[in-house]
Write a protein that binds this ligand. Structure first.
Ligand SMILES: [Zn+2]
Length: 379
């Protein structure tokens, strides 16, 4: 048996959890909730655990236990009374909610598998996604038949802002008067994109950006990240646990390779090559790409601080030779000085990320970040 409630796993959201605990304690559950806050701070997981807790078979203090038959089905998204909607391409859903086309079904199942196995990665569908009218029609139909086995039927609509006006209007009546023992939870990163009529029918619960210290601890405890890497990543993750995990679990992506290329050119002082590559890639990277490149740069620079003293903690260990060479070139007196330089660089890059979000010219940022890297390697 699980020794503690799964709610313990959700960190940095004590205010949101307190409201939900009180609702459970007083058995005063709202019919509809709106979980809002930036991406990757635990809204979906909390929604799932809340639904599990309401149906868990374990003793009260351990709910949700994660191991009873009800919890087990919830965790595998197989519980007949868990109705889960998320934005999808047009899957040509039948009125019975079936997906007949094999390719579409594969995509749908792929999304769920990703949610279970690597929820910190974004799942990419083959075409544009939204919460579709057919999905909502199917949901309404399902809600009108009685529940199968659960005490509470749980309906989670993820990224509810990705519903067009017509679909939202079709859902209003159900949201206002859900069938008995049904809890509807909408989640959104963009509450301002929701119709006011939707928002007013839900109890809003805000999920805060997670404190960097909490993020660092999660990386250390659950993802085997070294304390120094955890500190750097937590500072660049903007309060998003999902993004932080994505960064430490990051596989060799094209953006990481680009970051590595930039590191190499800066180390060699090959300014001309860099400016040529900037010209060649003028349209290639959008603001989000550039932010990710900067984050990878910060990881590489962070590794320079580790490669001599704590090699086992280096993130980009596949670039070990490069890191050793680069570390040797940095003009410093002692390792404390390097740690300071690395932190200064990371803070500066955070500022660049804010500027990118504030629509600063991307080319200018790319010129400046190269200049800053260059500075790191020269006296
Ligand atoms: Zn349970």
């Amino acid at each position: 048996m699980q020794e503690q409630s799964l709610f313990q796993k959700i960190r940095g959201q004590s205010r949101a959890l307190k409201i939900l605990f009180q609702a459970i304690e007083n058995e005063h559950i709202a019919q509809a909730y709106l979980f809002h806050g930036i991406e990757g701070v635990g809204k979906f997981t909390t929604a799932l655990y809340f639904g599990m807790a309401l149906n868990c078979l374990a003793n009260k203090e351990f709910r949700p236990c994660g191991v009873c038959s009800s919890c087990h089905k919830f965790l595998n998204f197989e519980h007949p009374d868990l109705l889960y909607l998320f934005p999808t391409p047009n899957l040509q859903l039948t009125p019975e909610g079936e997906i007949k086309n094999d390719e579409y079904r594969k995509e749908y199942e792929g999304y769920i598998r990703n949610k279970i196995e690597t929820p910190w990665e974004d799942y990419r569908f083959s075409s544009n996604i939204m919460i579709r009218k057919e999905s909502i029609s199917w949901l309404i139909k399902r809600l009108n038949i009685s529940s199968y086995e659960a005490k509470y039927r749980i309906c989670i609509i993820e990224d509810a802002d990705l519903m067009n006006i017509e679909t939202a209007n079709a859902f209003l009546k159900t949201l206002e008067e859900p069938p008995e023992s049904t809890v509807i939870i909408l989640t959104t990163n963009n509450p301002s994109q929701l119709l006011p009529t939707i928002v007013s029918r839900c109890q809003p619960i805000h999920f805060q950006p997670v404190d960097p210290n909490v993020i660092a601890q999660i990386l250390i405890d659950d993802f085997n990240t070294s304390p120094r890497t955890a500190r750097i990543v937590s500072q660049i993750a903007d309060g998003s646990v999902k993004y932080a995990i994505h960064l430490v679990q990051g596989e060799s992506s094209k953006l990481r390779e680009r970051a590595f290329e930039i590191m190499q050119m800066a180390l060699e002082g090959n300014d001309l090559a860099y400016y040529r590559s900037l010209q060649a890639n003028l349209q290639k990277y959008n603001a989000e790409n550039l932010i990710e490149i900067i984050r990878y740069l910060c990881m590489f620079v962070g590794d320079l601080d580790l490669i001599e003293s704590a090699e086992e903690q280096v993130v980009n260990i596949d670039k070990k030779d490069f890191l050793i060479e680069a570390r040797a070139k940095i003009p410093i007196q002692n390792s404390a000085e390097l740690t300071d330089k690395v932190l200064d660089f990371v803070l500066l890059m955070q500022d660049y990320i804010r500027k990118i979000r504030g629509n600063v010219n991307l080319q200018l940022i790319q010129q400046n970040l190269y200049f800053q890297l260059n500075n790191l390697f020269r006296p």
